[in-house]
Design a protein around this ligand. Sequence first.
Ligand code: ZN
Ligand code: ZN
Length: 326
Amino acid sequence: MSTGLLWARIPMPGPLEHVNVYMFYEGDSWTVVDTGIDTSRTRAVWGDLMAGPMGGKPVSRVIATHHHLDHIGLAGWFMAQHGATLVTTRTAYLMARMLKLDVQDAPTPQMLRFWRSSGMDAAIYAERETSRPFNTADAVADIPLGFTRIREGDEIEIGGRLWDVRCGNGHAPEHATFWSRDGEMVIGGDQLLASISPNIGVHTTEPDADPLGEWLESCERFKPFATDDQLILTGHKRIFTGLPTRLRQLTDNHHAALTRLLGFLEQPRTACDCFSVLFKREIKSGEYGLAMVEAMAHCNHLFAQGLVSRTMRGDGAYIWQKREMA
Ligand SMILES: [Zn+2]
Ligand SMILES: [Zn+2]
């Protein structure tokens, strides 16, 4: 407890395997940043953390960087069971609460229409059509009414340091990041990751969104504040230094993918036809959903920029094609 900062990895299923969480000591209690999903196992892990490294002191505050279940899944549990307050952005709070209340036992017509629009593989579509869809609510604790809002430009004290709140978009709307005034640390959540690129996806909620455009805008906006020395506390995998280089890599990778995609769309294709040119590797069945939403994001971005046309095929799939420029 000497540094007042603890880092733990909360297990989760799937290829990511864990989510990083951080605990800042506040003198008589803890601020927890991100929580993991809600399962009996993760509750037990937190029980061990609180009884052990956290010295039995209470959790007075939970900060959620964004609304995804691996980050906000146990926020409501900390509120209800431990009396913590929840601090997050308004969009993250509203999204998390909406998804907690939105339980679907079968795909909705809107989901089916969206999946068809991506040009989803027929066998995968047929299987999904008759299956219970992924429900965020399954792995998120009830979120009680009431939270404390943070927004772009706010300053907030965490663990005895003053931090600037900067909000990113693209991976999740109004994703909070925290930049310590002493220049030593940035809490990056999933906005700033080292070895994997954050998923940028279009979803049924907002099928015409341009999250990639918003992502690129966020990266450019962060660049002036990034230094080589800041330690980046990430949402997954390793923590890192060298943020200026990493921000450049993240934007360069997407620009390169967009250039490849535009060339590929000389011929008309669906979003799901474009996996090979976007990801340059075979997409396994467990990754299909993530690849599909990311391919849609790249197509929507080219469309928003007026570089490709979009027409709907008879089966409901959007066909994208590079526009001939005069
Ligand atoms: Zn996320
Ligand atoms: Zn995450």
